[in-house]
Each structure stands twice: as C-alpha cells, then as structure tokens.
Design a protein around this ligand. Structure first.
Ligand code: CIR
Length: 256
C-alpha cells in the first residue's frame, strides 16, 4: 500500500537560478519559492525541513540524494559532481528514521532514476545512474526482499522524467522517453505531455503538474483524485513533482 508518513523537503537555494538545466528561459526565484511552498502545502502530510544549502543550486531536488527502502535507505552518490555535497544533511535526517547505507565511488545514482512499485524497484540506467550504482542499490534492496529491475533511459534526464505510477497497478508513461516493456503486469497509460509523465502518488491523492492539462483530465476520467500544482519554475530547472521530496513510508507501507 502506498503510504507516506512524513516527507522531507528542502527550501530553495538562493542560487537556484544557477541549477543544472537544459533550457535557458529565465527563472523567477520568487515565483519558484511560492510554487515550492504551494507544493509542500499540497502534500497534506507532516513535513521535515532540511537545512537550506545556498552553495548547491540543485539542493531542492532532494529525491536524488537517497532511496528509501523501508528499514533502511541508500544515500546516493549523485551523477552530477556539483550535487555530491547535498547528501550529508539528508543522511543525518534519515538516520533518525532508519539504517543508512552510503554509496561509494565509482557508483553513481540519482533517486530520480528509481521508481518503487510494491516489492519492485525499477532503476533507470541514465546519464546520472551507472551499473555500479544499480548493483549497490540492488544488493541493499535484496536485503529487504525488494527486487530490482534495470530500465534503459535513452532519452531525458531520469527514469521518472518519463514515467511514474498513479497507483500500484498503473504506470503513466511518455513513450518517446521510456519503453514500458519492463513494467510487466502493470496497466500502461500513455501520456502525450512530457510534464504529465511525472506525477506524485501519495495514496488516495495524486499530485500532477498544471503544465499537463490533458494528463490531469485523463487521470480524473480514470477515477483518480488529482490535485494540480503550478510548478513552472521547477520545470525550468528540469525538475518535476517527485523530485522535490523524499517520502518516508508508514510501517507496513511503501512510498514511491
Ligand atoms: C539536475 O539536473 O540535477 C536538476 N536540475 C534537476 C533534478 C531533477 N530531479 C528529479 O527529477 N528527480
């Protein structure tokens, strides 16, 4: 059952405009802060704030720094060197909840490449996540009875830039980015808006981006309770909804 109990988030850095990104449209920092605050409020869950890291423009994208397995978490070694200093404070915060395993070189992995679906972890091999990163995570996941499946990310930043789940049975997939063949046994819902592929399933509610109106409509038609959020300034930093938080599951549940 999808059941986050508490969510870790981090305030936007004052340097956010210098984050790693593919586009060049100007980022409005104040708007980004407002949108981030609205996102946090929309989660509807208890929140733990990580300390701001002004020297790390991408630090708001906390999802990339850890993979929560249940009794333990893997602190990642992010694929982008400039992001490696983001992990220490995340490790400290998560250590209050669970056992911590820390990934070492040459392994690299971004949490944005890891999609949890029940007892399966789908892991994108991307420009950020390498085979050694996959192997490290797979070994730790096995200790918790979780199977790990590699998925090629030929296009886009992360696995979850191209697909996420609406619930345990339903994968939303932007097919030009991700081939859903590895997601056996799941209902595949194709979306034609790239921003529609990244939704955040929180249990009964799903957060989706206003930038993907057709996807929001499709999800509502399928019977999902969708909460739309405006995250234009986050999209400009190549981020979406899952990347802004780390979800700690309640006992007996899991979080994606
Ligand atoms: C980066 O390139 O690392 C950030 N600008 C965006 C990270 C987005 N993370 C995610 O979707 N999990």
């Amino acid at each position: 059952m999808i059941g986050p109990r508490v969510v870790l988030v981090r305030e936007l850095s004052s340097s956010y405009r210098s984050c790693i990104r593919t586009g060049s449209e100007a980022i409005d920092l104040e708007r980004a802060r407002e949108q981030h605050a609205q996102y946090v409020a929309s989660l509807g869950l208890p929140v733990e704030w990580l300390p701001p890291l002004d020297g790390h423009p991408d630090a708001v994208f906390v999802e990339d720094t850890a993979v929560i397995l249940g009794r333990s978490a893997v602190i990642t070694r992010p694929g982008a060197e400039s992001r490696r200093g983001e992990t220490h404070s995340v490790a400290r915060a998560l250590a209050a909840h669970m056992t911590i395993h820390t990934m070492e070189a040459p392994a690299t992995l971004d949490g944005g490449d890891v999609l949890r679906v029940g007892k399966r972890l789908f892991v994108g091999l991307s420009g950020r996540t390498n085979r050694a990163g996959f192997d490290f995570l797979a070994a730790r996941a096995r200790e918790e009875g979780i199977e790990t499946i590699a998925v090629d990310v030929a296009r886009g930043l992360h696995l979850k830039s191209g697909c996420t789940i609406a619930d345990e049975e339903t994968l939303l997939c932007h097919r030009p980015s991700i081939d859903p063949a590895s997601f056996t046994g799941m209902r595949i819902v194709e979306v034609d808006e790239p921003a529609g592929a990244n939704v955040l399933a929180l249990g009964k509610t799903i957060l989706g981006s206003n930038a993907a109106p057709r996807t929001l409509e499709l999800l509502a038609k399928l019977g999902f309770a969708v909460r739309a959020v405006e995250v234009s300034e986050i999209h400009k930093g190549d981020g979406a909804l899952t990347c802004l938080s780390l979800r700690v599951p309640a006992a007996g549940s899991w979080a994606t």
